[in-house]
Unconditional design. Structure first.
Lengths: 313, 607
């Protein structure tokens, strides 16, 4: 129990640091919130008045205090570009992105684990070479390349799936999945390549361990030895790497969502950056950081279930 | 008489090959021997002799390590009749593995799957081979745990491997191997990774199980002392070939082959130094060069004086990594080493002997106590002065594979201390390094080699040369010969004694091996739970041990003599308690009785 408390406390501390850094960096960036609101042609006195009323002339620390206070009490401010309250906007976009992040992670894990195990079982044979080459190809090419390839093949060529857009799963679940599938595949390919290599390395190490030899000496079949005895030991490490990749995925969605015109967090953040929508930038960076950390916390807590050596103390 | 019985195993002309970079490499060839039902056959040899490959071939497990049986027959008399393991199909092999042949391995710490409970690992074989239900398998597992004398067997079934000690895990592995009442148990170095008291327990356990069940045992080991204690017959292997075979008494009393003779000569036998006042080099066959035995100077002059040395390591925990407890690694230890003398610290793993050595050099900072080297107070030195003091005391570590930098030529590694301490410049460095290579009997051509181009024994010589480079007064040798094959170990031990005789260097010799310690030391200190429980001259400690723990330790050491079998039937030593204590725990000082001049024994109340 104290372990969980420990982890949550350290997570809150990190979030606090992130909030401070984000706030500081966005304030150093060129661009003026007041001018963004009123336009570049506005009259200087009116601008000065707006600055005063927004509190932009206050010391940075006071501004930060006001901002973090708002974040904590649920008042996240209004987006300058979308002219909407930020909190519900982020919730909606996070749901959209969460869908493709989960989707791509599932695709990646479902393919990567068997491929990696398969390669590890046949070290330095054609199975290993094939799996390693495919994985190398996957990590070498950027996500958007795969995205473009998929649009060309599945949308333009075969007309199986829509090439762009987002549909709310609440409205039409099937259609939402059809729209999420291509961006998820594009994201999942690189991830899968990475996880395949990771699974192979982990399993290779495990299969050389003495307890595997002991299991064989007991007369257990190869399938049991590899998929029960071996894989049970690989779940933890693979899960940890997958958890760390959630952060990488939130970086990748900025490009992928723009490519597929999929209006999620990545697309939103990109719009916010493009238009110097400072309150929105601050809030979305904060939310992404929180989600990534939460994902890793969940992974660490799940680790306790798969590895009895880790105790919650 | 045994000839009338059909052999359980008949290996005929076994040949095993491994796929190398450039074609096949022969792992084992022309190996033939038999195992009769109920007998213990020991296969003994040094690393690379092919002894493990032979045993793995019998289970056809060698293929999983990249090997292939390319010739010969491996006949095994199974319940269903004699089968040739070399040509059997996979299904037949799976039916034999674990059912008719059980196997135990060297590393109890890694032999069990860390994420499954003991119950699951013990029952899966039973369910598969014997078709037992979950309930019946559990009952049998419980029975097996009782048979291997594990305390609280019910609780163990629910536990995971990491919750068990090394000795207990090896018992579980043995219980697993015994689960289906095999006709043959293959034990591949089953006690090599264990402490000597636990080794004695496991050996006696295997002896008892063998007698109770009538199974045969194929025992693989590098340790001649273990062979002498357990074998009925012995097969000696060297470089993939069978060298000699015969009953154990014959192998030890009148070995026919030179290799066997050399191997036996290299093994120190506990008790053979009785009545001798100074250490004595081993008589090595093929290396008749007269090695001078180190003698003691007439008037003993103290070099290292350690008083009340205490070292504790903090155990961190909680949110801000506070210290929540202390490991009492070294607890009020005092001793003196005279010039030109070897003091050995012996004890089992976790007794604090290595921490003690490291604390003297302040590689681990002691909590309290004083260390005087030639009257210089080591504990009080500043970081810069400490560095200078290290010139006088050097360390040789256990693992010569890890203690040499793989990216540096050996010349540079031996020259490093000379340069660091500004002891030589320019061409003088080269001359000094060449001299050091001569000193440790390595060819000068090795100077431009890298560590991976040398064998383990050669590397340890380089490590010794490096320690000698600064002409230290004291060398702390921390398990320096433990990782070496016996013949190499003997050469390195002789080298150390020779250096002592010629240079007058003192040694603090840290080791777990009682027989080696008896051979090399002038004085001996026995450590237990961080304290020195007994210290005295070699003769005092080995011939008239007074502390209970010293006696336990000595009684557990296997003796390399089949006529002196000390491994009983049912040994069970007291487990060593944890050295972790709560904060603020202050155990009393070490108080000793002087039972003879210079022979100190810790008072009973202390342990």
């Amino acid at each position: 129990m104290s372990y969980i408390l420990n982890r949550i406390l350290s997570m809150l501390l990190t979030l606090f640091l992130i909030s401070a850094i984000t706030f500081a960096v966005t304030n150093i960036l060129p661009g003026d919130v007041a001018m963004m609101i009123m336009g570049t042609q506005s009259n200087p006195e009116a601008l000065a008045g707006l600055r005063e009323s927004l509190g932009l002339n206050d010391p940075l620390l006071v501004q930060y205090g006001r901002w973090i206070g708002g974040m904590l009490t649920g008042d996240w401010g209004t987006s300058l570009v979308f002219k909407e309250p930020i909190a519900p906007l982020l919730l909606q976009k996070m749901t959209a992105s969460g869908l493709i992040v989960l989707f791509s992670m599932s695709i990646a894990l479902i393919c990567a684990v068997p491929l990696g195990v398969w390669a590890a079982v046949h070290p330095n044979r054609w199975q290993d070479t094939a799996s390693s080459s495919a994985a190398l190809l996957g990590v070498s090419l950027p996500d958007f390349f795969w995205g473009i390839m998929m649009i060309l093949l599945f949308a333009r060529g075969l007309h199986w799936l829509p090439s762009s857009g987002f549909v709310d799963p609440g409205e039409d679940l099937l259609l939402a999945f059809r729209h999420a599938l291509l961006p998820s595949l594009a994201l999942g390919l690189g991830l899968m390549a990475h996880l395949t290599r990771m699974t192979r390395a982990t399993m290779t190490g495990i299969l050389n361990q003495e307890f595997i030899r002991v299991a064989r000496a007991k007369g257990l079949g190869e399938r049991t030895v590899v998929w029960r005895y071996g894989l049970a030991n690989a779940v933890g490490p693979v899960m940890t790497v997958a958890g760390l990749q959630v952060g990488y995925l939130f970086g990748s969605i900025i490009v992928i969502e723009s490519l597929f015109n999929y209006t999620g967090m990545g697309w939103l953040t990109y719009q916010a950056l493009l238009n110097r929508d400072i309150p929105l930038i601050q809030a979305s960076v904060f939310v992404i950081a929180a989600v990534v950390m939460l994902a890793n916390l969940i992974v660490d807590l799940l680790y306790v279930l798969v590895d009895p050596r880790i105790r919650l103390s | 008489m045994l000839d009338d019985v059909r052999p359980l195993v008949a290996i005929d002309n076994l040949r095993v090959e491994f796929q190398g970079e450039e074609g096949p490499i022969v792992g084992v060839e022309d190996v033939s021997f038999t195992i009769a039902p109920g007998e213990t056959l020991c296969v003994v040899g040094e690393s690379g002799s092919g002894k493990s490959v032979t045993s793995l071939s019998l289970m056809r497990l060698v293929e999983f390590g990249g090997g292939r049986i390319t010739g010969g027959r491996l006949e095994f008399a199974s319940a269903a009749g004699v089968i040739d393991v070399a040509g059997a199909d996979d299904a037949t092999m799976r039916a034999i593995r674990g059912k008719e042949i059980g196997m135990i391995f060297q590393e109890p710490m890694t032999s069990l799957n860390p994420v499954f409970t003991i119950e699951r690992q013990m029952t899966d074989g039973l369910r598969m081979h014997m078709g037992l239900s979950g309930e019946a398998a559990r009952a049998r597992a419980l029975e097996l745990l009782k048979q291997v004398r594990i305390p609280e067997p019910e609780r163990r079934l629910k536990q995971y491997p990491h919750e068990l000690s090394g000795g207990m895990r090896q018992r579980v592995v043995i219980a697993m191997a015994m689960a289906c009442k095999p006709r043959l148990l293959i034990a591949d170095e089953p006690t090599t990774a264990l402490d000597v008291t636990i080794q004695a327990e496991i050996l006696s356990l295997i002896n008892r199980l063998k007698r109770e069940t009538g199974m045969a045992v194929l025992f693989i080991t590098h340790d001649m002392a273990v062979v002498a204690q357990v074998a009925d017959r012995v097969v000696v292997m060297c470089q993939g070939k069978l060298v000699e075979e015969g009953p154990v008494e014959q192998i030890f009393a009148s070995p026919k082959q030179d290799y066997t003779r050399a191997l036996l000569a290299a093994v120190p036998r506990l008790g053979e130094m009785r009545g001798k006042s100074a250490p004595e080099p081993m008589r090595l066959i093929g290396d008749e060069a007269d090695v001078r035995a180190p003698l003691l100077p007439q008037a003993p002059e103290p070099l290292l004086e350690v008083s009340n040395l205490t070292t504790r390591y903090p155990v961190k925990g909680g949110l801000i990594r506070r210290t929540v407890a202390n490991v009492h690694a070294v607890e009020d230890v005092s001793f003196t080493i005279n010039k030109g003398e070897t003091l050995a610290l012996v004890g089992e793993s976790g007794c604090g002997k290595s921490s003690c050595g490291r604390s003297i050099l302040r590689l681990s900072e002691p909590t309290s106590g004083t260390v005087l080297l030639d009257k210089c107070d080591i504990i009080g030195l500043s970081a810069r002065d400490l560095r200078r003091a290290w010139r006088d005391m050097q360390m040789v570590f256990q693992d010569p594979f890890a203690s040499l930098n793989p990216y540096m030529r050996l010349r540079e590694q031996v020259a490093e201390p000379l340069r660091n301490f500004g002891l030589a410049k320019g061409s003088e460095v080269e001359d000094r390094v060449a001299g050091l290579f001569d000193r440790v009997h390595l060819p000068r051509s090795f100077m431009s080699r890298f560590p991976h181009e040398l064998s383990g024994g050669q590397r340890q010589r380089v490590a010794i040369a490096r320690a000698l480079a600064v002409r230290p007064k004291l060398i702390i040798a921390d398990e320096s010969v433990s990782a070496l094959d016996v013949s190499v170990q003997a050469q390195v031990l002789n080298l150390m004694m020779e250096l002592q005789a010629e240079l007058g260097v003192s040694f603090l010799f840290i080791s777990h091996d009682m027989a080696v310690v008896e051979r090399v030391s002038h004085r001996v200190g026995v450590m237990y739970r961080g304290r020195l429980v007994e210290i005295g001259s070699r003769a005092q400690v080995f011939e008239t041990p007074r502390h209970e723990y010293t006696r336990t330790l000595l009684s557990a050491v296997p003796i390399a003599d089949p006529t002196r079998r000390t491994i009983g039937d049912d040994l069970n030593f007291r487990p060593i308690p944890s050295p972790v204590f709560p904060l603020g725990h202050e155990p009393g000082p070490s108080e000793y009785d002087e039972v003879a001049p210079g022979h100190l024994v810790l008072k009973d109340t202390m342990t």
